[in-house]
Design a protein around this ligand. Structure first.
Ligand SMILES: [Cu+2]
Length: 488
């Protein structure tokens, strides 16, 4: 009997009575996340203030949250390739934190991982170079042992990189009109409507599973009026642990970009499976139907395993799009997006193997605790037999080398993330990745067999500021399923 079978029938979490009773019955307006557009130039330091706040997710009750310049989540920052971003990140959450720039190709000392702690009351002022192509990235807490709780409470935001070709591209790009940023998360709320984050040992093992979908900080479904024509959705799965299977009510999902930038050409898929930490950009043709909807199936697999286990509707609507009389973007879905050659595994000169491990035994569990990993009262986790340790370097990479990283797991489906790079997926759980995952990525799914990525590291990460590789189920990361590597 495997762990999955053992878990079936365990306790369901308490649900906010109003949130899931009739998911299609009401739609709230989509909350547009305030966007700071810096593509025209940067004249002063960019202030990000991490603060405690209260926020109404749509239950008419204020929940205690963290925010970045806002009551929950941060702004959307829109920047351009070639810029250097002079941040002042001020921490006022009453606890030590960090802000990691997920997806950026930057040196280890400005990466914002667990070594760049920002004490409560302190200001962190990294100058972050934007070297890479147009891509949707994000930023979130990466505080060792506290990433899950701090990110859940709201320490996350989106960073859109544009470049000359993306600014010129014949694509929808009017923010809040035909170009929307969607941050998808799962939450639980207590009977009074306050956001909760409760972890039992079982729940901790699978990572936190909420029963209510939240879009940009508002309980779904949400609705948005859009003009006729193509509409662009830039989507981030910012759940702590849930995989989300996205589909449209009418028509295919037309994917144009993955984590690290545009695909070579649009890919039509019946659905896309997004792990925590992944980003995809999709186009919706609102010239065809007057109403369309983005639906979310949040089972780990087609049977909706997690949904049945933890409560909540396995398929729900996240966003309803209603066409207005206005004429919007008049272009067609492009046939060509970017020049991407297929990954060539013979480019690699080094191969490394990583096994993600969920059950490491009592001896390692004691060490994991001593090394400030946080596992609640669940089992400690590890990679290659070692829970995360802040002063141990696990791998040493030579700058400019192309490598193959092979990842396997002992149980369950996990999303694996590498800092400081984008990579190409050679195989995913022993199979060819879906077409929409064959472009630039920094996340790969790992279940059965090997997942292999082709990766090159071009920036320095010294002993004092190593990069991380880890499971992006945040409770697993906090519990030791993380390692660190230098580049030089
Ligand atoms: Cu994991």
């Amino acid at each position: 009997m495997n762990r999955r079978q053992l878990l079936i029938g365990s306790t369901a979490t308490a649900a906010f009575a109003g949130s899931m009773a009739s998911p299609q019955a009401s739609t709230r307006p989509l909350r547009l996340i305030p966007m700071t557009d810096l593509t025209g130039g940067i004249n002063e330091r960019i202030n990000l203030s991490l603060n405690t706040a209260s926020h109404d997710f749509g239950t008419s009750v204020a929940s205690q949250t963290f925010g970045i310049n806002h009551s929950y989540l941060g702004p959307v920052l829109r920047v351009k390739q070639g810029q250097t971003l002079p941040f002042n990140v001020t921490n006022n959450i009453g606890d030590v934190s960090t802000i990691h720039w997920h997806g950026l190709h930057i040196p280890g000392d400005v990466d914002g991982g667990p070594h760049q702690e920002i004490e409560d009351g302190a200001v962190w002022s990294p100058d972050v170079p934007v070297v890479q192509r147009a891509s949707m990235n994000w930023f979130h807490s990466h505080m060792h042992g506290k990433t899950a709780q701090q990110t859940y409470n709201g320490l996350a935001g989106v960073l859109l990189v544009e470049d000359d070709s993306s600014l010129d591209a014949d694509l929808p790009k009017t923010y809040g009109v035909d170009d929307f940023t969607l941050i998808l998360q799962d939450k639980t709320f207590d009977a009074t409507g306050r956001m909760t984050y409760a972890l039992s040992a079982e729940v901790f093992e699978d990572g936190f599973q909420g029963d209510t979908i939240v879009v940009n900080g508002v309980i779904a479904p949400v609705a948005q009026s859009v003009p006729t024509g193509l509409v662009r959705l830039r989507i981030l799965n910012a759940c702590n642990a849930r995989f989300l299977e996205l589909s449209m009510q009418t028509g295919p999902v037309t994917v144009i970009a993955s984590d690290g930038g545009f695909l070579s050409s649009p890919v039509e898929a019946e659905s896309i499976l997004m792990s925590p930490g992944e980003r995809y950009e999709v186009l919706i043709d609102m010239g065809i139907v007057g109403t369309n909807a983005l639906n979310v199936n949040w089972g780990e697999d087609a049977e909706g395993f997690f949904a049945n286990l933890f409560g909540g509707n396995p398929t729900t609507t996240a966003l309803v799009l209603n066409r207005s009389a206005d004429q919007g973007f008049t272009g067609a879905i492009p046939t060509q997006l970017a020049n991407l050659s297929p990954p060539n595994r013979s480019d690699a000169t080094v191969t490394r193997s990583f096994e993600l491990q969920m059950d490491v035994g009592a001896d390692l569990a004691a060490l994991a605790m001593a090394w400030d990993n946080f596992c609640g009262n669940a089992n400690a986790m590890a990679i290659n037999g070692q829970p995360m340790k802040m002063d141990r370097i696990d791998e040493t990479v030579r700058k400019g080398d192309t490598e193959i990283w092979r990842i396997s797991v002992d149980d369950m489906l996990h999303p694996f993330h590498i800092h400081g790079c984008s990579f190409r997926i050679l195989s995913q759980s022993g199979a060819t990745p879906p077409s929409y995952a064959q472009g630039w990525k920094d996340m790969v799914h790992v279940e059965e067999g090997w997942s292999e990525v082709l990766v090159r590291f071009d920036y320095d990460a010294p002993d004092a500021a190593p990069y991380m590789y880890h499971c992006h189920i945040l409770e697993h990361e906090d519990c030791g399923m993380m390692g660190q590597f230098t580049v030089g």
